[in-house]
Design a protein around this ligand. Structure first.
Ligand SMILES: [Zn+2]
Length: 310
């Protein structure tokens, strides 16, 4: 094949991915080779999504916003090495220091690399996540595991605006969802909202520490933001604006369906172990991580339906 013809084929494949993406969290099904990661997805001149692969083979997404006074990062990656790689790659976008870090999710697959963040970085964290990180930190110390990087004070209201110089972000708490301290980052000038793990794109609802019913209301609060066109997930692929809204609604529907199925099994008088054996997730059985997350979701929702999740 002549080089020119080969280049044309490559260009077509890339634009096909952008124009008509396969709706999946699985890179192989999407048609993206694992060698493409980590990669930036340019959202505007000053805002980038960062997609990195974690086990078992789907993306963890961070957000990078570049102002005149410094760089803001929302969510890190799942290991020291992965977060260091991200920081190195951010240097190719801007020579400015990373000054702000938003704890969108306090889970380890987003925070375990935080020891390589600049020491004077300013954390923005919800009180619920700060409390969780304190517990995790004590547990890590007791087990002689590496220390957990602790943010300073928690935010004192549900909204905090940060001026990065020439661009500002609005950190928002729209309700409990995947962790209880779920923070989102709105970039009003670009009409986008990074939702961290409150939005899992085509990933089965991961509920280890979730608040099922409240999660649905939190997504409704995000969908109701009139100035947002594009929703960025914490796992799964970053989509164009129209698809991102459709997929956020699809994820909301998956939460509704998962909760309804657990309610059905509970109402049928099953034990939780019988429910785990007999559950029927319908189309969601094919979503990424379904097999692994299924019993976790059932146990967590069982507790929630018993009124024991606080
Ligand atoms: Zn998580």
């Amino acid at each position: 094949m002549r080089p020119a013809a080969f280049l044309l084929l490559v260009a077509t494949a890339t634009s096909l991915e952008a124009q008509n993406p396969v709706r999946t969290a699985d890179p192989a099904v999407r048609g993206v080779p694992l060698t493409a990661f980590p990669r930036f997805v340019k959202l505007s001149d000053k805002v980038y999504g960062y997609e990195e692969i974690r086990q078992p083979g789907f993306t963890t997404v961070s957000l990078v916003v570049i102002g005149r006074n410094g760089v803001l990062v929302a969510d890190g990656q799942g290991s020291v090495q992965a977060t260091q790689t991200m920081l190195d790659k951010i240097k190719t976008l801007s020579p400015l220091p990373v000054k702000w870090y938003v704890v969108g999710s306090d889970h380890g697959d987003h925070t375990a690399g935080n020891s390589v963040l600049p020491k004077d970085i300013q954390f923005i964290v919800h009180a619920n996540s700060l409390a969780q990180l304190k517990k995790d930190s004590a547990a890590a110390a007791a087990a002689n595991r590496p220390a957990i990087v602790m943010p300073g004070a928690a935010m004192t209201s549900d909204t905090e605006t940060i001026d990065l110089g020439g661009i500002s972000v609005r950190v928002r708490f729209l309700g409990r969802a995947h962790t209880g301290g779920d923070l989102m980052v709105e970039v009003p000038s670009e009409k986008l909202l990074f939702m961290s793990e409150a939005y899992l794109n085509r990933v089965f609802p991961a509920m280890r520490s979730a608040y099922g019913a409240e999660w649905i209301r939190t997504i409704d609060n995000a969908l109701a933001l009139t100035n947002v066109d594009r929703f960025i997930p914490g796992h799964g692929f970053i989509e164009e604006a129209k698809v991102s809204r459709e997929e956020l609604i699809a994820f909301r529907e998956s939460l509704v369906a998962v909760i309804a199925e657990v309610k059905r099994l509970k109402a049928a008088g099953l034990t939780v172990d019988q429910a785990i054996a007999q559950v029927n997730w319908g189309p969601y059985a094919k979503w990424f991580l379904a097999e692994q997350q299924s019993p976790i979701a059932i146990r967590r929702l069982w507790t929630e339906l018993d009124g024991a999740s606080k």
